[in-house]
Design a protein around this ligand. Structure first.
Ligand code: IPE
Ligand code: MG
Length: 222
């Protein structure tokens, strides 16, 4: 979800106004995903690198996240949205961690759309944590190092149990992965759109899905 800052700048507004609008876009896109039959939608909300931003912006982003969990999630949950988090969200403020844990368990029975929010997420850190988990199991004699294969690796990642992404969309004209789902996106179709995230809505998602549907995926075959 890139481009909130530039959206605000173009309107001579503070960056927080762009982030606020970005949350509105996120809500619209979650609803649209449900309508368009997307079963799993992952939103990259805060990366392990985003801590490098000025403290007041980090605190604004955390405030918006808290507001989203407290005020907006219920409506989404009423429409069948199940929340999952990837990333080391336990490092966020303890009250926020509690709110997130409650929201995850409250929405666990829902099954229309799975909304995965990547929080304090970085693909490299996730892979390191998975490697540590598996190393501990080898140390404890639970598994042999030769047992480790792609499947075992996958189940040690934060995304365990989720399907790999079919389509990865980056907004705002940047063409980078920025440490997002690097293992999981091995065969994802990549799409880079110029639209700034706050302007991304149902029509943009539908257009992306149409583009995706026209692509031929061979997964290394012929
Ligand atoms: C949102 O866009 C990304 C988040 C951390 C939520 P940016 O804040 O990166 O917007 P730009 O890149 O400055 O336009
Ligand atoms: Mg950016």
């Amino acid at each position: 979800m890139d481009g909130n800052g530039r959206w605000a700048k173009r309107r001579l507004l503070p960056r927080i106004a762009g982030h606020r609008k970005g949350i509105e876009a996120a809500k619209t896109v979650v609803r649209a995903a449900g309508d368009l039959g997307v079963e799993v939608l992952t939103l990259y909300a805060f990366s392990t690198e985003n801590w490098r931003r000025p403290a007041d912006e980090v605190s604004d982003l955390m405030g918006l996240l808290r507001h989203f969990i407290v005020s907006d999630l219920d409506e989404l949950a009423a429409n069948g949205v199940r929340l999952r988090i990837i990333g080391e969200y336990n490092a966020l403020q303890p009250d926020l961690v509690d709110l997130i844990d409650q929201a995850v368990s409250r929405t666990a029975p829902n099954n229309k759309t799975t909304l995965v929010i990547a929080l304090n997420y970085g693909s490299q850190a996730e892979i390191v944590r998975a490697a540590r988990r598996l190393a501990e199991q080898v140390r404890d004699g639970v598994i042999e190092s030769s047992d480790i294969d792609e499947q075992m690796m996958e189940s040690a990642l934060d995304t365990a149990g989720l399907p790999p992404p079919d389509l990865l969309i980056r907004t705002s004209g940047e063409q980078r992965l920025s440490n997002f789902l690097m293992w999981q996106a091995a065969y994802a179709e990549l799409m880079f759109v110029d639209t700034l995230w706050p302007d991304f809505g149902k029509a943009e998602l539908a257009a992306a899905l149409e583009d995706y549907a026209a692509r031929e995926r061979r997964f290394g075959g012929l």
